[in-house]
Structures are given as structure tokens and as C-alpha cells.
Ligand binder design. Structure first.
Ligand SMILES: [Zn+2]
Length: 349
């Protein structure tokens, strides 16, 4: 079997669009809508929503003797307004495992319940070097000591309320997407990189006139970063669930930014041995170079489905992402190789 040619530009273009669509967990409707609009061009897919808001795309295969599913998540880290402060600034509560030091001084949008958005940035509350001296660097970067400074005329609780801001409003941080020499640098490559990979795999199949060997469901999750994304929405007849999510790069890890990885164990324990071996054999047979790894501080949507009682084999593959949950980076080589791996899986028996 020779794998069809992947359209790299399509993958990157769609990825950039997705990265620039704010989607903190709980506020991912716009990103789900973007994916839905993109996939609606492929008439082979039957698109439905779960009640929780995930998007599921079903593609009838040559056989439906053992249906498969792949999941990737559009939701990202972010924050919510916790308090309107007497200064007019906003205290926040984190959504998912947001690292506050990683978004210090970052631009952000506050989305009001009336559908408006207000610009601001996140700062430590001892930000001025001239005023606070050594405290500016010594203050702990946590929820108690960081705040959103709004780019609006407000210096009181009432002033911020008049802008339409309330406790519970969503906050999205700028992704700061940059493409240089094959590198993709942005926040939230976890897991938008893999959503774009799934779209690119589907497009490649459609453009090449190919049909999946088995009926397959593509599940686009909207609550992964808080641990229960794919707990619902994977149909009961599915035999195998391949979670497509970032590989953890750092000291002691095999994963890197230029290859996909298969994760054999993370914080939730080992993945399914048989399905993991099957994916490794498929990669080997198709000349796809990958890393095997374990991730020390990591949970996945595949495990969320397991915890919800899903009786299915689960495996985890994905491109290496440097500085995950921080200012992330990967390389196009890893994105393309992961897409090839998924094509091999979709086409394989
Ligand atoms: Zn993820």
C-alpha cells in the first residue's frame, strides 16, 4: 500500500485558522463550528453533535464489522473572571492546567455574556519595575497575585460592570501563531494540531477517492482539558479508539518536535497493548518514523472514555509539542508524519 500525498498547505492553513479561533474549555462553540464548516464540504461524512457540544463525523467504510473512532480536542486552556476588583481590574480562575507564568503579559479577550469582547492583558499585580522594585520579579505568579488590566476606561467595580463584564465571563489568551521554516509556534497546538491533522487526513482520502477500510467516527471533543471530553460521544459499536493528542517533549522524553509518538503509558496507566502494537506495525510497514514514549503528567480523552465505562481498545498517538501548556512549538514534519500514520490506520484492515 502506498499512502496518498498529503496537502501540507491545507493542513497548515486550517491549523492557523483554528489556532486563531478562541476556544477555552466551556467556550469552544466557535471552534466546533469552524471544524463543522470545514468538514461539511466532504459529502462522505455524516455530521452530528453530542448534547454536550462535541462534533462527531461518521464515514461509512468498506466494512462495518469493527467500527473505529479517532478523537482530538478543540478546547484549550484559558480562564474565567473570578472577581471584579475595586481597581476595575479582574481576578481570574484558571481553566484546565493553565500555567500562569506562561501567560504573564499576554494579550487576552474577555467575552461578556452579552456577546461582546473586551481587550486586555494579564499582569502580575506588582508589575511596575519603578514602583515595586525587586517585588516585580519576586511576586508569586498565581491567581492571587495576577490580574487582567482592561484596555478600557475603568477604575472601579462599577466601571467594569458597565462594560458588561460579570463574574464567570470567559477569558482567552492570544495564541501568537508564527510560522518559520517549517516550525509552528503557538499556544494551543495541544490539541488543535491534531484536529487539523484529522481534517487533513479526511481531505487526503477524499481527494484521492479512497474509502476507510472500516466505518470510522471522528470525534471532536470540547471538554478534554478538564478531563471528561470524550466520556460521551463515542458510539457503543466502536471497537478501537485512537486518541490523537500531543506528545510530551522535554528532558527524559523520547518524543521530539519532528516525529509523531505513540504513548504507551501516562498518568492514567498503560494504553491498550494490542491496539498500540497494531499502530506500530502500521507505521513500520509504511516507513513512518515514530517515537515510543511514556508521559509523566498527562491524561487523555481516550482514558476519559475508559473511565466512563467505554469497552474499547484505546491507544494514543500525536506529534511532539515542545513546551506544552506553555508557549508551544512543533514542526511540520511531525504534523505530516502523524497524518500519514492516521491514513495508514484508516486504510488498513
Ligand atoms: Zn491535549
Amino acid at each position: 500500500m502506498t499512502l496518498p500525498q498529503i496537502n501540507n498547505d491545507y493542513l497548515i492553513d486550517f491549523l492557523v485558522k483554528l489556532l486563531n479561533t478562541p476556544s477555552p474549555t466551556g467556550f469552544a462553540e466557535q471552534a466546533i463550528a469552524l471544524v463543522e464548516k470545514e468538514l461539511s464540504q466532504f459529502k462522505q461524512l455524516k455530521l452530528t453533535h453530542t448534547r454536550k457540544g462535541a462534533l462527531v463525523a461518521k464515514w461509512e467504510g468498506k466494512s462495518d464489522s469493527s467500527p473505529r473512532a479517532l478523537t482530538a480536542h478543540v478546547d484549550t486552556l484559558g480562564a474565567m473572571v473570578r472577581e471584579l476588583k475595586p481597581s476595575g481590574r479582574l481576578a481570574i480562575t484558571r481553566i484546565g492546567g493553565l500555567l500562569l507564568n506562561a501567560v504573564e503579559t499576554e494579550g487576552c479577550w474577555v467575552f461578556t455574556s452579552k456577546g461582546e469582547k473586551i481587550r486586555g492583558s494579564l499582569l502580575v499585580n506588582t508589575a511596575s519595575g519603578h514602583v515595586y522594585g525587586p517585588k516585580a520579579s519576586e511576586t508569586k505568579r498565581d491567581e492571587e497575585h495576577m490580574e487582567i488590566r482592561l484596555d478600557a476606561h475603568t477604575s472601579s467595580i462599577q466601571g467594569s460592570r458597565v462594560l458588561g463584564i460579570n463574574v464567570g465571563d470567559f477569558v482567552a489568551f492570544d495564541p501568537r501563531v508564527e510560522l518559520t521554516d517549517g516550525f509552528v509556534r503557538s499556544r494551543h497546538l495541544d490539541d488543535k494540531a491534531c484536529v487539523a491533522i484529522l481534517a487533513a487526513a479526511i481531505k487526503t482520502m477524499v481527494d484521492s477517492g479512497l474509502v476507510p477500510a472500516q466505518t470510522v467516527y471522528f470525534h471532536f471533543s470540547n471538554y478534554e482539558e478538564v478531563g471528561h471530553g470524550a466520556a460521551a460521544g463515542i458510539p457503543a459499536d466502536v471497537h478501537e479508539l485512537v486518541t490523537v493528542d500531543m506528545a510530551a517533549v522535554g528532558e527524559g522524553q523520547e518524543s521530539d518536535e519532528f516525529h509523531p509518538s505513540i504513548c504507551l503509558k501516562d498518568s492514567g496507566g498503560p494504553y491498550h497493548h494490542g491496539l498500540s502494537d497494531k499502530l506500530r506495525e502500521l507505521a513500520d510497514a509504511n516507513g513512518i518514523v515514530y517515537k515510543t514514549d511514556t508521559y509523566p503528567n498527562y491524561g487523555s480523552d481516550g482514558e476519559a472514555f475508559w473511565h466512563a465505562g467505554g469497552d474499547v481498545a484505546v491507544a494514543l498517538i500525536g506529534p511532539g509539542i515542545d513546551a506544552s501548556h506553555n508557549y508551544e512549538r512543533t514542526h511540520t514534519d511531525a504534523l505530516i508524519a502523524t497524518t500519514q500514520w492516521i491514513l495508514a490506520y484508516l486504510l488498513g484492515d
